[in-house]
Ligand binder design. Structure first.
Ligand code: HEM
Length: 265
């Protein structure tokens, strides 16, 4: 009867898995040290062999392993087979690794003789004469000579407190009227000549007429030097003394007009 039933059922394992289950996969049983007070109660731990095995060294597909397999006496063979009781892992087909002699040779070193110098990087030039482009300098501006002639003494004077170049810049931007005229005018030399006093000093530089009265105490060369150009064209004196000074900027708020030839009667 029982044998009849067994033969009749398609698979007894699907109905009675515990009774006819296949043997478990091989596992490594390691005896753990005696349990301490605070540890669990298990005395044996089952560990998967594949998880605990150290990685092969040298690597399975490394050049060292290939060279050592060619020379069996080499010390690079896997040590695990001799030092442990684990069976040697199944031999896998080793990948084809090229030896140094089979590798492509490195490229030749570049020849210094064939090198061409790089073009200089584009840069902004402050000198329009040098490159024809870049920032334009104001008209009539000359670069200050760096080296002064030997023995030439500076003729700068000590300015009164509150009359530094910064104070002049502050006065210019204060909005105070420094011209003393309603509008710009065409000024002939005969009119310019009338403004030659310290409290009313005009001068013409590069064709522009400035009321320099307010600037007198701020002039680094002193009031007396500046007054030498009062009431007349001071372009030559100015250029002889300091052609690099930007008068267009320094006295722009003092502009009163433009120097014109004397009208013919
Ligand atoms: C009217 C417009 C003028 C302006 C805006 C002006 C401005 C200046 C400035 C900024 C300096 C200092 C330069 C520096 O630090 O290197 C200076 C110095 C000087 N200026 Fe003028 N100046 C003017 C006219 C004149 C004139 C007409 C004369 C001459 C007659 C003159 C004679 C001097 C002298 C002798 C110095 C001292 C230069 C030195 O030895 O360092 N300036 N001026």
């Amino acid at each position: 009867m029982t044998s009849y039933l067994r033969a009749w059922l398609p698979s007894s394992a699907s109905f009675f898995p515990l009774a006819t289950a296949p043997p478990p996969p091989p596992s490594l049983t390691i005896s753990s040290p005696p349990p301490s007070d605070d540890e669990g109660e298990d005395t044996e731990t089952e560990i998967d062999v594949d998880d605990d095995r150290p990685p092969a060294f040298p690597s399975l597909n490394s050049a060292q392993r290939i060279s050592s397999s060619a020379n069996p006496s080499s010390s690079l063979s896997t040590p695990s087979s001799s030092s442990t009781t684990q069976p040697p892992k199944s031999t896998q087909p080793l990948p084809n690794v090229l030896r140094d002699t089979q590798l492509m040779p490195p490229p030749p070193l570049p020849s210094l003789a064939n090198r061409t110098p790089r073009a200089p990087p584009p840069s902004v030039s402050l000198s329009p004469a040098a490159s024809g482009e870049g920032l334009l300098e104001p008209l009539h501006t000359v670069t200050k000579p760096v080296v002064q002639s030997k023995g030439k003494k500076s003729r700068k004077v000590a300015l009164a407190p509150g009359h530094s170049p910064l104070d002049w810049a502050a006065l210019k931007s204060s909005g105070k009227d420094l011209r003393g005229v309603e509008s710009l005018a065409r000024i002939p030399p005969s009119v310019l000549k009338l403004h030659n006093k310290k409290n009313d000093a005009w001068t013409a530089i590069h064709g522009k007429v400035y009321n320099m009265t307010a600037y007198l105490p701020f002039h680094p060369g002193g009031e007396n030097e500046l007054m030498r150009s009062a009431g007349r064209d001071g372009t030559k004196l100015f250029a002889l003394t300091h052609a690099w000074v930007n008068v267009d900027f320094m006295l722009d708020d003092c502009l009163v007009g433009f120097l014109v030839p004397e009208p013919s009667s």
